[in-house]
Design a binder for this molecule. Sequence first.
Ligand code: NAG
Ligand code: NAG
Ligand code: NAG
Ligand code: NAG
Ligand code: NAG
Ligand code: NAG
Ligand code: NAG
Ligand code: NAG
Ligand code: NAG
Ligand code: NAG
Ligand code: NAG
Ligand code: NAG
Ligand code: CU
Length: 621
Amino acid sequence: MAVSYLYYVLLLALNVPLLLAKEVVYDFNVTWVTANPDGLADRKVVGINGQWPLPVIEVDKGDQLVVKMYNGLGDKSTSIHFHGMYQNGTNEMDGASMATQCPVPPGSSITYNFTVNQNGTYWYHCHTDYCYPDGYRQALIVHDNNSYFADQYEEEFTVTLSDWYHDLAEDIKPEFMSLYNPSGAEPIPNSWLFNDTINTSLSVKPNTTYLLRLANIAAFTAQYFYIEDHTLTIVEIDGVYTEPTPADILYVAVAQRYSVLFTTKSTADKNYPIVTVVDSTLLDTITPDLQLNSTNWLEYDASAPHLQANITVSESDSLVPFDDGTLVPHDHEPLLETPDLSINVAVIMDNLDNGKGYAFLNNISYTTPKVPTLYTVMSAGALATDATVYGDFTHTKVLGHNDVVEIILNNQDSGSHPFHLHGHVFQVVDRYPPMGADFYEYADATDAIAFDPSNHTAFPAYPPRRDTIVVPPMGYVVLRFRADNPGVWLFHCHIDWHLMQGLAMTFVEAPLLMQDRLTIPQDHFAACEAAGVADKGNAAANTEDYLDLRGQNVQPGWIPDGFTTRGIVSMVFTVLSAFLGMGAIVLYGLSDLKFAGRGDTAQVAVEPAAARDETRGEYQD
Ligand SMILES: *[C@@H]1O[C@H](CO)[C@@H](O)[C@H](O)[C@H]1NC(C)=O
Ligand SMILES: *[C@@H]1O[C@H](CO)[C@@H](O)[C@H](O)[C@H]1NC(C)=O
Ligand SMILES: *[C@@H]1O[C@H](CO)[C@@H](O)[C@H](O)[C@H]1NC(C)=O
Ligand SMILES: *[C@@H]1O[C@H](CO)[C@@H](O)[C@H](O)[C@H]1NC(C)=O
Ligand SMILES: *[C@@H]1O[C@H](CO)[C@@H](O)[C@H](O)[C@H]1NC(C)=O
Ligand SMILES: *[C@@H]1O[C@H](CO)[C@@H](O)[C@H](O)[C@H]1NC(C)=O
Ligand SMILES: *[C@@H]1O[C@H](CO)[C@@H](O)[C@H](O)[C@H]1NC(C)=O
Ligand SMILES: *[C@@H]1O[C@H](CO)[C@@H](O)[C@H](O)[C@H]1NC(C)=O
Ligand SMILES: *[C@@H]1O[C@H](CO)[C@@H](O)[C@H](O)[C@H]1NC(C)=O
Ligand SMILES: *[C@@H]1O[C@H](CO)[C@@H](O)[C@H](O)[C@H]1NC(C)=O
Ligand SMILES: *[C@@H]1O[C@H](CO)[C@@H](O)[C@H](O)[C@H]1NC(C)=O
Ligand SMILES: *[C@@H]1O[C@H](CO)[C@@H](O)[C@H](O)[C@H]1NC(C)=O
Ligand SMILES: [Cu+2]
C-alpha cells in the first residue's frame, strides 16, 4: 500500500496532466425539434435533449470522451462521427455508417467511448446517409493549457459557419439525385448561419487578445471570413498548431477549422463588422433573394451603431484569401519522403445509365457495402489483406502498417472539392492552382492540369498538415501521411451532396493488426441486429467464400458506347418533356433547364462528343 501510495504522489508531482485526465460523459437523446435560426422559416431539425443549437462538446486533452446516444428520431437511422479525432486504437468509434459501424435505427442506442489525445478545434456530425444538413452538427473543442499560445490570449470564442436549407435533406435528395437534375446541380441553400443564428455580436473589451475558433460545419458551401480593420493570426488549422501567421481574409471550406488570435483596439467607441461571404463559384444558380454576404459584429459598445459591412474587394473584384498551403506546423514535422504507396485518383462527375448525376474517383462511385467494412476486416481472417473482399464499389486500398502513403488527387471537375481523410491529418505537399487564384478562371478551362511527378515545384520542407483540403477546380493536390493508425478510414469530399453522389473511397490500414487490437463492443453489434444489417462477411455479406462478391451493392451501369452523356441526358429529357411538358418541371439549377430545353421533342438528341456542353464544363465524359 505504502509503495503504491508513494508512486501515486510521485505521479502527482511529475505528471499532473495525466492524473487529471477524466471521463467526460454526454447523454444524447436525439429527437426532432423545431427551429428557425434565420428568422425565415420554422423547420424540423435534429435536436439533442430537446435543444437546438446542439451542445458544444468540450474536453481537455487526454480526457476519455463518452457519448451515449439514443436514437429518438422515430423515422431515421443515425450515428455520430467525431470529425478530426484520430480514434487511435478505437476505429470502431469513428461513427461512419457502413464503414465502421451499422446505422443506429430508431429506438436503439450506441455508446462512443475514446481517448482524446490531441488538441484543437473539431466538430461532430451525423455520418449516416445525409443527415447532418438537418442540423445534426456542432463544434467539439479540445482545450489545451499547454499550447504555445495559451498565455497570449485572455478569452476565447467558438463560432461555427454553415449553410441552411429550409427543407429536410430527405426531401431534397430525390430532387437532387434525379433525372430532372442530370448535371447534378447542388441544392442551393436558403441562407447562411453564423454560429447557428444571424445578425449577432461577439462582445469584446478594448486592449485584449482573444482566441477565435472557427469551424465551417456546412453541408455545401465555403465562406470567406474577415473582421474589418483587425488582423487575424492563425495558430491552428484542423487540430494542428501552426507557426503564428498573420492573415487578413480566411477561406474556410466545409469541415475546415481555424483558430486565430486577434487583439482589440485601444478605444471602445465603435463596432466592427465581422464579414462572411459565400464562395459563389460553388453555386449553379444565384437568385436575387439570397444573402451571400453577412455582417455580424465585434461589439465594443452595444449602444454604438451596428453598420452593415462594405465588402472589401480586390482589383480583380474577388476576395483574395490567405493560402493555407503556405502555413508551417508549429512542431516542424518534416516532409515525408519517398512514399511506399502512391495512389493516383481523378475526380470526375458524370451520368450513369439511370440518367442521374454521380461523382467518381477514377471510375468508381462509392457505393455502401452490405457489411460495414470494419466488420469485414474483423471477420475475414487472412483474406483481410485482399482488397477483393471489400467489394468493387467501396474503392478500397489496403495500406501497410507505417507505410508512407501519397495521394495524388487530380480534379477533372470544374468545381472545387474539400476532401477529408478520417483517422489522420495529411501533409499538403503540392496544390494547383493555389488558394487565392480566381477559381472561375480555372473552372472554365477545357483541360484539367494534372500533377506531373517528374515536373513540379519543390515540396515544402515542413508541409502544412490538416484533415480537410480544398482541391481546386481543374487542378490537383498531393497529400502524404504515414499509415500509423490501423483502421478503416474513409477519404471523401465533404460536400454532403457529393458524398451522396459517391465521391469517396476507403483505406483499410493494417487489417491484421486491427484484428489483433480492436474489440467491437456488444452494443455496436446490437445496432446491426436491430437495423437488420449483417455484421460479418465480405461486402456482399458472404461468410462462406470471401472472394465471391455476387450480390454486392453496385453502382448503376455506364452509358453504352456510342452515346455521349449529353446525348443520353438530352434523350431522357426529350422523352420526359414529351410526357410532361418542360414547363411543369421544377429544377434547382435553372442552367440545366436551359440546357435541357435545347433538345426539342422532335429531335433525338444523341450528339457527338465534340459538341460538349459549353456552359460550365460539368460534363467531363
Ligand atoms: C428521449 O426524448 C423523448 C422526447 O422528449 C422522450 O419521449 C424519450 O423518453 C427520451 N428517451 C430517452 C431514452 O431518454
Ligand atoms: C438581419 O440583418 C439584415 C440586414 O440588416 C436585415 O435585413 C434582417 O431583417 C435582419 N434579420 C433579423 C432576423 O434580425
Ligand atoms: C470507456 O472506456 C474506458 C477504457 O476502455 C473504460 O475504462 C470505461 O469504463 C468506459 N466508459 C464507459 C462509460 O463505458
Ligand atoms: C486550464 O486553465 C484554466 C484556466 O486557468 C483552468 O480553469 C482549467 O482547470 C485548466 N485545465 C486543466 C486541464 O488544467
Ligand atoms: C456559439 O454557439 C454555441 C452553441 O450555442 C455557444 O456555446 C457559443 O458560446 C456560441 N459562441 C459565441 C461566440 O457566442
Ligand atoms: C498538441 O499540443 C502539444 C502541447 O500541448 C504540442 O506539443 C503538440 O505539438 C500539439 N500537436 C499538434 C499536432 O499541434
Ligand atoms: C489601451 O491601452 C493603451 C496603451 O496602453 C491605453 O492608452 C488606453 O487607454 C487603453 N485603453 C483602454 C480603453 O483601456
Ligand atoms: C457581396 O460581396 C461581394 C464581394 O465578394 C461584392 O462584390 C458584392 O457587391 C457584395 N454584395 C452586397 C449586396 O453587398
Ligand atoms: C459603408 O459605406 C457607407 C457609405 O459610404 C458608410 O456610410 C458606412 O459607414 C460604411 N459602413 C461601415 C461599416 O464602415
Ligand atoms: C474501371 O477501372 C478498372 C481498373 O482500372 C478497369 O478494370 C475497368 O475496366 C474500368 N471500368 C470502366 C467502365 O472504365
Ligand atoms: C514543367 O511544368 C511547367 C509549369 O507547369 C511547364 O511550363 C513546363 O513546360 C513543364 N516542363 C516539362 C518538361 O514538361
Ligand atoms: C497512433 O498511436 C501510435 C502509438 O500507439 C503512434 O505511433 C501513432 O503515431 C498514432 N497515430 C495517430 C494518427 O495518432
Ligand atoms: Cu465535392
